[in-house]
Design a protein around this ligand. Structure first.
Ligand code: PXG
Length: 445
């Protein structure tokens, strides 16, 4: 039988049993990068190297790896009650976690619906939006508006409202009745902005155009990432989200924030909604909700949405939606222990306090060869590299690889490098990340 050790040295075919997600499978399998351990700010590779995690896994391990408190909570729960159904049955801890998350969110975002992944949370918000309007006698509101360069996971709903063209092109016509706002990135106006760009609030008027085109009475919801993550960290121009909120209010359209990345301290606040002082009608969350130790996600909705759905005879199911693993006990246990750590260690405040240092460190790379833009907010940031002529994403990959070899793991998408370290990152580790990246950019040239 093959062991992991032998697999790493095996030829391509031995690795083909695993069709890896969002991975250049043939390239990877020629020279696999295997991780076998994790602790705090580091991964441990199969050849025994410690690699600094500048990406919190994939924007999710906000409190750092293998935190003892969470490990123990999950182990205890696994031995006490491995699984319990959430349809027609309750686990008290699931209600406690929902209340605690609701207490972190602003306004009347009071009621939480559990799912397991960001993708499921996104599709759940879209279904709830339709059900909500229908329950209020506005069943003709069926359209969704997403945004170019948006990422909302990989379900058919999320792919449809998403706006990253490579994620859409192989999958046919997707959901009908979906349109997209233009994205907010214009390097001519905002390259090398620190934090939110000053320019671009007027881009929200694109929603007025779509309201005129489709008639606002046909639109159920607008969904955006408050800070676009996957596409390469696009902080919203100042005033932009405020204006989206206004237009949605004017027309009875629900505003959904996809906070899968921005939730749980990434921006130095519980959620982007808190940071920006804007209350969306629904928000998604995942990733940092359990520090990624057990998959979990959720939709938090305003009181009025829940209330509107509490209709009909009391013995009837009010929303025909949910997952076998909604509120899985292990996820709930991990979630409660994770919130304890965030609170006890003040990690959201820590992220806010570290942001200026993080901003200065990444912007010090301005002027290096092929660096065309740098963007940041809170503890998320990205660097755009000029693509090599005729070889899009080659330079991004080479810088990523060089950094990995030099002991720093980061994310890259095409020729954009993305950074989102765990919120426990030390200042010296921020220096290590950007020293390594700077050297790699010069080395790869
Ligand atoms: N919404 C947003 C805003 C996301 O960032 C999802 C939904 C989907 O979540 P799931 O759990 O279904 O994957 C995401 C996920 C990256 C990267 O490095 C980003 C994500 C996932 C993996 C990698 O850009 N975002």
């Amino acid at each position: 039988m093959s062991t992991v050790t032998s697999l790493a040295h095996a030829d391509t075919n031995d690795l083909d049993a695993f069709f890896m997600p969002f991975t250049a499978n043939r390239q990877f399998k020629k020279a696999p990068r295997m991780l076998v351990g994790a602790e705090g700010m580091h991964y441990i590779t199969m050849d025994g190297r410690r690699v600094l995690d500048a990406a919190a896994g994939m924007w999710c391990v906000n409190a750092g790896h293998c935190r003892e408190q969470i490990v123990q909570a999950v182990q205890r729960q696994a031995a006490t009650m491995d699984y319990s159904p959430a349809f027609q049955m309750g686990n008290p801890a699931a209600f406690e976690l929902a209340s605690r998350i609701a207490a972190l969110a602003p306004g009347d975002l009071d009621t939480l619906f559990y799912a397991n992944s960001g993708s499921e949370a996104v599709d759940t918000t879209l279904k709830i939006a339709l059900a909500y309007h229908r329950a209020r006698g506005q069943g003709e509101r069926t359209r969704f508006i997403g945004r170019e360069r948006g990422y909302h996971g990989v379900g058919f709903g999320g792919t449809s409202v998403g706006g990253m063209k490579n994620n859409r092109k192989a999958f046919g016509s997707l959901l009908p009745g979906v349109d997209h706002l233009r994205h907010t990135h214009d390097p001519k106006e905002m390259a090398f902005s620190r934090g939110q760009p000053e320019w671009g609030a007027h881009l929200a008027e694109d929603l007025v155009r779509l309201c005129e085109l489709h008639d606002p009475s046909t639109i159920a919801a607008v969904i955006v990432e408050p800070v676009a993550g996957s596409t390469g960290v696009l902080p919203p121009p100042k005033g932009y989200l405020e204006r989206l909120r206004e237009i949605c209010d004017q027309h009875g359209i629900l505003l959904i924030f996809d906070e899968v990345i921005t939730g749980f301290g990434r921006l130095g606040a519980s959620f982007a909604a808190e940071k920006f002082g804007i209350v969306p009608d629904m928000m998604t969350m995942a990733k940092g909700m359990t520090n990624a130790m057990v998959p979990a996600s959720a939709v938090l909705m305003r009181r009025g949405i829940y209330d509107a759905l509490m209709q009909g005879p009391e013995w009837m199911i009010e929303l025909a939606h949910g997952y076998t693993y909604s509120a899985h006990p292990l996820a709930v246990a991990a979630g409660l222990a994770t919130l304890d750590i965030y609170r006890d260690e003040g990690l959201f405040e820590r992220a806010a306090a570290l942001s200026p240092k993080f901003e200065d460190a990444i912007h010090s790379l301005k002027g290096l060869p092929h660096v065309t833009d740098i963007r940041n907010l809170g503890l998320m940031a990205a660097i755009d590299l000029e693509p090599r002529p005729g070889q899009p994403s080659a330079r991004g990959y080479e810088v990523f690889l060089e950094c990995y070899q030099q002991g720093v793991y980061l994310r890259y998408t095409a020729d954009t490098l993305a950074f989102s370290p765990p919120l426990i990152v030390e200042e010296s580790q921020i220096d290590q990340i950007f020293d390594t990246v700077g050297k790699a950019i010069r080395a790869v040239a």
